[in-house]
Design a protein around this ligand. Structure first.
Ligand code: NDP
Ligand code: TDO
Ligand code: MG
Length: 298
């Protein structure tokens, strides 16, 4: 299998370089790649890359993920999250390649307290959510065979994420205030990459699996309880934090104004993924603890 990967240096892209390598020939690109264009802002360049390589599968891990910044930079977010996936999907259809793409819990409005299913109504609040949804819809309309994995609250040892931000802040400050009424599942880039490789392998004998899947860890937490868990595990690794767990104040979304509005209920129901690909999602704590052990060095 020849696989083309876009966004090789992101949290998920980095782990995909590892998990996809055993599947066959892997061409992994980022926006600075020289031999082939990997810049999603360059639609013609991306199309040319796909035509020249004629891969069996394309995995797109590149995205505009700065949620607040996107509110004032909608044009770039639209170009990377919606227009580029459309071009990639059109070329995937022309060369008969599978397209794997990632989307987000932020396509939902976060109402209710039931974990969202794939066919529940979408209603994104933010520019990021709307552009990611437009990317999904372009892929679905293209006629390309696709796997769209909607995931949530992604973290990795390499890259920027909430857990690392919290660790940095807890080393600097004695008190933190963290939102306690947004609920979701922190999901590791390692898990996403491993599930991607497993699902891609499955497409070889199951050509009818094209569609949208929710891919998130089992269980759920709030950003506040997630931060507290990170601090408790970090202390077990000997980290000296100025903020104790008790110093993490639980606040409401309304007390933490941001440019982009985020959903309250971000929980994703992963039954379809687990049944279709015969998988079981691990609890969110497991991967977080592994990541902390890795970055805290013991
Ligand atoms: N992070 C999260 O919490 C979540 C992410 N997702 C989705 O999962 C996928 C992977 O996200 P994640 O790995 O966390 O994101 P990251 O932000 O870690 O990585 C995104 C990558 O995209 C690259 N990129 C941005 N613009 C371009 C461009 N014009 N051309 C080429 N590459 C570009 C970035 O490169 P550079 O560093 O050079 O800008 C970066 O390497 C995305 O589709 C995202 O929407 C879904 C839910 C949650
Ligand atoms: C830094 C900080 C954040 N927060 C809140 C803001 C926000 O609601 C929540 C998480 O902050 P972040 O900046 O990590 O949030 P955000 O970047 O919106 O995270 C999202 O990224 C995109 C790409 C996704 O697709 C989502 O699944 C989700 O992971 O924590 C606090 O309450 N206190 C703090 O001190
Ligand atoms: Mg962020």
């Amino acid at each position: 299998m020849k696989i083309l990967l876009f966004g090789k240096n992101g949290q998920v892209g980095w782990e995909l370089q590892r998990s996809l390598a055993p599947l066959g020939e892997l061409v992994a690109l980022d926006r600075h790649s020289r031999d082939y264009c990997g810049d999603l802002a360059d639609a013609a360049g991306i199309a040319d890359t796909i035509r020249r390589l004629a891969p069996d599968a394309i995995v797109n891990a590149a995205a505009y993920t700065a949620v607040d910044k996107a509110e004032s930079d909608a044009e770039t977010a639209q170009s990377i999250n919606a227009s580029a996936p459309q071009v990639i999907a059109e070329q995937a259809r022309l060369c008969g390649a599978w397209l794997v793409h990632y989307s987000t819990d932020y396509v939902f409005d976060g109402s209710g307290d039931r974990p969202w299913q794939e066919d529940d109504g979408v209603n994104p609040f933010s520019v990021y959510g709307r552009t990611k949804l437009a990317g999904e819809q372009a892929i679905q309309a293209s006629g390309a065979k696709h796997l769209i994995f909607r995931t949530s609250w992604v973290y990795a040892a390499r890259g920027n994420n909430f857990a690392k931000t919290m660790l940095r802040l807890a080393r600097e400050r004695e008190q933190l205030a963290v939102i306690a009424d947004q609920i979701g599942a922190p999901t590791g880039a390692e898990l996403i990459a491993d599930v991607t490789a497993h699902a891609l392998r499955a497409t070889v004998c199951k050509p009818d699996v094209s569609g949208v899947y929710h891919l998130a860890s089992a269980g759920a937490t709030s950003w506040h309880a997630y931060a507290q868990h990170v601090f408790s595990v970090a202390r077990q690794h000997g980290e000296i934090l100025k903020a104790a767990e008790a110093d993490v104040k639980a606040i409401a979304t309304s007390e933490y104004p941001t440019a982009a509005q985020r959903p309250l209920n971000s929980r994703l129901n992963t039954q379809k993924l687990q049944t279709t690909f015969n998988l079981q999602m691990p609890d969110w704590q497991m991967g977080v603890e592994r990541m902390l052990a890795e970055i805290l060095g013991n």
